[in-house]
Design a protein around this ligand. Structure first.
Ligand code: AMP
Ligand code: GLY
Length: 427
């Protein structure tokens, strides 16, 4: 079969690579893809945000499954359009994608279904929001309601920081329309983890847990980013906690979405804070995480495609019994441009990529690169995801950093502490 992946980042590169390994797949297409993804898919210049063009492409190329990488096209309804055109699609409808598209919706949904999450308030005017943070006078989290590329959340220590976040979102409109409303919630303290389940609207299969590092700087300092690195599995999620996550969060979410008439089909990504052994939702995403998907899929030993297909065709009941098999731990270190997640320059030559092309335990996923005049150049905030496997998390981590150190471009920034805590030492 022919599978079309929509998107162009490191996550889509990992998806294209994993899908291409399936014996069921003749060809992987990726739109718009990137020069880096070209190594693992035929890349086509179609905008995933243009549903007409995506449907036309799927028909023209006889695509039998579309896998949607990013959230924006889902929130805009690309899955609805493909489904209406009779093309099986892995990814939720626009109605179901509101779980990510509106944080205010997600919070009220969780309250309706008694899914554990931080207490919150929603504001559509900055004055009221500012009054509220003054009253609360403590650590709070200010979130733009809509999509902001993972950058719309400010974890604030005090009133001044919260006011600055409100100012940026609501008065300066740093996130455009996405910041017209803000959600202000209680700041939870604990360990973060992400959990993934694939659902066809009725049944679900759990994937492995992963953990990403969202802050730009070592020690979880600096601003929130799309993600600076990730690893899987994460020792934070043991069997007992996994049961709580499934029974208190995953199952009621999927049941709730179905009972509200918006069955959830696709991958449900639950961002969690573990507080005193109990899981709380800090966000839902309606697609695979980036960069978490890079280590997650690099570990996967079984074929991902039957599962994606069963979810798309609402036939997970039988297929779902075949659990996915995951191998050795994997760690992904993201190399970013200087200045990310704020402004950054691009076009710098990247050196050292070729040396690792055939290493079996390393895969370099391209997030923001282009190939020009015979060399690789930077073309985005997140540039590369160096992903390595090892017999232990520590070994995977060491290998990922060894390769990371051998790749150079002007202004390259990496966190040096990805997966450090998880490996159980400060090495
Ligand atoms: P989100 O995009 O909602 O996942 O938020 C990005 C990051 O902000 C999360 O990964 C957490 O590190 C942090 N965060 C979000 N909500 C909270 C909260 N209620 N308490 C503490 N940290 C939070
Ligand atoms: N790594 C965070 C995200 O994909 O939203």
């Amino acid at each position: 079969m022919r599978v079309l992946v929509l998107g162009s980042g490191g996550r889509e590169h990992a998806l294209a690579w994993a899908i291409g390994r399936s014996p069921r797949v003749e060809e992987v297409l990726c739109a718009p893809g990137s020069d880096g993804i070209r190594a693992d898919a035929r890349v086509l210049p179609v905008d995933p945000g243009d549903a007409d063009a995506v449907v036309a492409l799927a028909r023209r190329e006889s695509v039998e499954l579309v896998v949607v990488g990013p959230e924006a096209p889902l929130v805009q309804g690309v899955a609805d359009r493909l489904e209406a055109a009779g093309v099986p699609v892995f990814g939720p409808s626009a109605e179901a994608a509101r779980l990510e598209g509106s944080k205010a919706f997600a919070k009220s949904f969780m309250n309706r279904h008694r899914i554990p999450t931080a207490a919150h308030r929603v504001f559509d005017a900055p004055e009221a929001a500012e009054r509220y943070v003054e009253e609360r006078n403590g650590p709070l989290v200010v979130k733009a309601d809509g999509l902001a590329g993972g950058k719309g959340v400010s974890v604030c220590r005090d009133v001044d920081e919260a006011k600055r976040a409100i100012h940026e979102a609501m008065r300066e409109q740093r996130f455009g329309q996405a910041g017209k409303q803000v959600v202000i919630e209680e700041r939870l303290e604990g360990e973060e983890a992400s959990y993934y389940a694939i659902s066809d609207g009725r049944h679900f299969v759990c994937l492995a847990a992963a953990q990403d590092h969202k802050r730009a700087l070592d020690g979880d300092e600096g601003e929130n980013t799309g993600g600076m690195g990730a690893y899987s599995p994460t020792p934070v999620v043991d069997a007992a906690l996994e049961r709580k996550i499934v029974e208190r969060i995953v199952r009621p979410t999927l049941t709730g979405m179905r009972s509200e008439g918006r069955p959830y089909r696709g991958v449900l990504y639950v961002g969690l804070m573990i507080v005193d052994g109990d899981p709380y939702v800090i966000e839902f995403n309606v697609r695979f995480g980036d960069p978490e998907t890079q280590p997650l899929l690099f570990r996967l030993e079984s074929d991902l495609v039957p599962l994606l297909e069963a979810a798309a065709r609402a036939s997970l009941g039988s297929e779902g019994e075949a659990q996915l098999r995951f191998g050795d731990p994997a760690v992904c270190v993201v190399l970013t441009s200087a200045g990310y997640p704020r402004g950054f320059a691009t076009g710098f030559v990247i050196e050292g990529l070729e040396a690792h092309a055939s290493a079996p335990d390393v895969k370099i996923f391209h997030a923001g690169t282009r190939f020009e005049s015979g060399s690789w150049r930077t073309a985005g905030g997140r540039v590369l995801g160096v992903t390595a496997r090892g017999s232990t998390l520590a070994a995977a981590r060491q290998r990922a950093y060894e390769v990371t150190r051998s790749i150079r471009f002007k202004g390259v920034h990496v966190r040096t502490d990805i997966a450090r805590r998880a490996q159980g030492s400060d090495a």
